[in-house]
Design a protein around this ligand. Structure first.
Ligand SMILES: Cc1ncc(COP(=O)(O)O)c(C=O)c1O
Length: 406
């Protein structure tokens, strides 16, 4: 008789955003007049930039013409896109990455979930705490994380690296040696970053112990400070220990369009085996490529007009981030993030739990945010607000929070 993958049965329910949504709906039903503002979800709200729309329209027309129609895309992605990524995201920034080390995909969520497949189940993973949940859940589905403890909300076979105010929300090298290390900077949910020197320490460590770093740089476009690395390949030695994930979701508003890429340098080996070949094999077998139309839209992200328009879009969100950050500080909150990332991470006032503050904020300011505890135990007593709303809603939400008694 058929059996299920019982690793799935060990997964805790996707409690966080479903509970956030349910609580908001219940509140709205009980208070139909309330204008509830959501600063909870990490989704963009601004429309696609004109340069991207033009590229999409043009590519759609090409698909309707026998001479320019395209079928399956090449396994790694179209060269026109991989070349421009290699040039502008890497070579122009002094990183030694070539187009044939770039694998185009439908986004960083699937890549961050799938990348673990090319590694043995014996590997032990290390993650920041709090963390983007996909890294842990995908390893749990594969059977790499041991058993789940409901009380501590942790897996027995995962190394958690607490990211707290004491370490400025940057994980420290763990006592136990991991095999796979997930790092995400700028970070979701804390908005924290690391300096190039700090990231170099991770690269040196990974090379020393023979670990691989999965570096999620989905929020790279939001970096505003000069000493914050945009890519792990800015660090010496990263070609032999790091895989980098990138997304078009947050820099170009592609959350509903879907495009991303993963970089696997050819020098990166495990047990003498080049991981590039394994990921290429996986890509070729399990994936038929991001659509031509979307890859053309991705190319437009790198055009002079596209770059200019998207810079303004990112600036729009970061203006919101600054408004939230400054407003909360003024109101007496302890706040971080929001400078190199569209997320503001605040300490809940008066020792409230993350969920207590969620309820308080919904009731007293009609604002919805995300409880930090939903991202891991070290997120307890913290709260995430996003800068992805409209400016008008952001201003109103912050003004209401400032007027709220705490
Ligand atoms: C850290 C991080 N990585 C990856 C993703 C997913 O990106 P994509 O939309 O490209 O799948 C997100 C989305 O919120 C994220 O926060």
């Amino acid at each position: 008789m058929v059996k299920v993958n019982d690793n799935y049965l060990k997964l805790p329910g996707s409690y966080l955003f479903s509970t956030v949504g349910r609580k908001q709906r219940e509140y709205q039903a009980a208070h139909p007049q309330a204008k509830v503002i959501r600063l909870s979800i990490g989704d963009v709200t601004q429309p696609l930039a004109p340069a991207i729309l033009d590229a999409l329209h043009k590519a759609v027309d090409e698909m309707g013409n026998a001479e320019t129609f395209r079928g399956y895309a090449p396994d790694l992605g179209y060269e026109f896109l991989r070349n421009v990524i290699a040039e502008q995201d890497y070579k122009a920034k002094g990183c030694d990455i070539s187009a044939d080390e770039i694998f185009v995909s439908d986004g960083a969520k699937s890549d961050s979930a799938n990348i673990q497949e090319i590694f043995s189940l014996d590997n032990k993973i290390a993650v920041g705490d709090p963390v983007y949940p996909v890294y842990v859940d995908s390893n749990a589905m594969a059977g790499r994380t041991g058993s789940y403890d409901k009380n501590t909300e942790t897996w027995s076979n995962v190394i958690y690296m607490p990211c707290t105010a004491a370490n400025h929300f940057a994980p420290e090298i763990p006592k136990e040696t991991p095999d796979l290390i997930y790092l995400c900077f700028p970070n979701n949910p804390t908005g924290a970053t690391v300096s190039k020197t700090q990231l170099q320490e991770w690269v040196d460590y990974a090379n020393k112990v023979g670990a691989v770093i999965i570096y999620d740089a989905a929020y790279e476009a939001y970096i505003s400070e000069p000493d914050v690395p945009h890519s792990i390949y800015e660090c010496e030695g990263a070609r032999t220990c790091a895989i980098e994930l990138r997304s078009f979701s947050k820099n170009a508003g592609f959350t509903g369009v879907r495009l991303g890429f993963t970089v696997v340098p050819k020098d990166l080996k495990a047990e003498g085996v080049a991981l590039h070949g394994l990921w290429a094999r996986r890509h070729g077998t399990k994936y038929n490529g991001a659509p031509y139309i979307i890859q053309r839209a991705g190319e437009a992200v790198y055009s002079p007009e596209g770059r200019d328009q998207l810079k303004k879009q990112v600036a729009y969100y970061m203006n919101n981030a600054k408004y939230i950050y400054d407003g909360l500080k003024e109101a007496g909150y302890t706040v971080s993030g929001g400078v190199n990332a569209p997320y503001i991470w605040l300490e809940t006032p008066n020792g409230m739990t993350s969920w207590e503050f969620f309820d308080y904020l919904l009731e007293h300011a009609n604002v919805v945010g995300t409880p930090g505890s939903g991202f891991g135990p070290s997120g307890e007593h913290y709260f995430r607000l996003t800068a992805f709303g409209s400016y008008e809603n952001t201003v109103e939400a912050v003004d209401r929070i400032k007027a709220m008694k705490i």
